[in-house]
Ligand binder design. Structure first.
Ligand code: GDP
Ligand code: K
Ligand code: MG
Length: 300
């Protein structure tokens, strides 16, 4: 009697590109889960985060990265660039995401790193919903195809879920045979604590617009299950007193709103009731201090 063995596939896909082109939005929309935080501000994503999608025999592991950028001035920036570069090693396909509206110097920086990878590179032209004229897309794609020998060029809108099916099918065609690394119900490599801290960071970034720079860190002090409820306490670390005042807001109005929005997202993600407590503390210099970074979990 012959044993029937299922052939499985498993592979890694790096999502790279300059800040703000929509890398995290793309990963979240492909997975149908909000794993990676997004915002209008660059450098929202600091760490590498994996999104695991298992469709029957095929397991695709997406690697969302902080955008590669030019700044090397601060420890946190150097950390983000190292994280983004290391994601290019040992992957089966690279998705190089750009903004359909414009090609910038920072796109050239990313392109220069991609010349040395030895897997297929797919150019993903995102935000096509923003293009005023549809006829502009084809000549634009012709122009882009000159920049490098891309395996394919795929226009999409990550935000509006346009053409993502086509992109997913293309990605799956590059996933090699192999045993699956993650159980089929696992969707990320990150802990619930980490995801909770990222959700709080996203709400702060979104609420505060340009008022507070990205020098905010969130540390989860408590994450305990009590019956059907998760009790979460998060400490928000800022660089300066003024930032603390802005985050708290008039009579605590801002932090209340941040807490409410974060709690709603956490309840959606964890599928459980959440009680959330937020605290703000000033610890100046944390974003340029290698040891402080390590204690906050920013480690290679
Ligand atoms: P990342 O820095 O590359 O990870 O970019 P994000 O995913 O954080 O997105 C940056 C901004 O672009 C956010 O405000 C997103 O809502 C927006 N965005 C992402 N994809 C699209 C898209 O397809 N169309 C439009 N109009 N905006 C998008
Ligand atoms: K962003
Ligand atoms: Mg991101």
């Amino acid at each position: 009697e012959e044993a029937i063995q299922d052939i499985t596939h498993c592979g890694f896909v790096a999502i790279v590109g300059r800040p703000n082109v929509g890398k995290s939005t793309l990963m979240n929309h492909i997975l149908g889960q909000k794993l990676s935080i997004t915002s209008r501000k660059p450098q929202t994503t600091r760490d590498q985060i994996l999104g695991v999608q298992t469709k029957g025999h095929i397991q695709t592991v997406y690697v969302d990265t902080p955008g590669l950028h030019k700044g090397q001035d601060k420890a946190i920036n150097r950390f983000m660039n190292r994280t983004a570069s290391s994601a290019l090693k040992d992957v089966d396909v690279v998705l190089f995401v750009i903004d359909a509206e414009r090609w910038t110097d920072e796109d050239d920086v990313v392109l220069s790193k991609l010349r040395f990878v030895d897997c297929p590179v797919v150019l993903v032209v995102n935000k096509i919903d923003k293009l005023e004229e549809r006829d502009a897309l084809l000549p634009r794609m012709m122009e882009l195809s000159e920049k490098m020998d891309f395996a394919q060029i795929v226009p999409i809108s990550a935000l509006r879920n346009k053409n993502l099916d086509r992109l997913e099918a293309l990605v799956e065609s590059y996933i090699p045979e192999g045993s699956q690394y993650y159980p089929e119900d696992q969707i990320t490599n990150r802990s619930s604590r980490f995801l909770a801290s990222e959700i709080v960071r996203e709400k702060i970034t979104r609420q505060l617009g340009q008022e507070v720079p990205y020098e905010v860190a969130v540390q989860i002090e408590e994450f305990v299950f009590e019956g059907a409820t998760i009790h979460i306490s998060a400490l928000i670390l800022v660089e300066r007193d003024g930032q603390k005042r802005i985050i708290i807001g008039d009579k605590g109005s801002k932090i209340k709103l941040i807490g409410k929005e974060a709690r709603i997202d956490m309840e959606n993600l964890f599928q459980q009731k959440v009680m959330l407590n937020l605290w703000v503390k000033v610890r100046s210099g944390w974003s340029d201090d290698e040891r402080a970074l390590a204690s906050l979990g920013y480690q290679d």
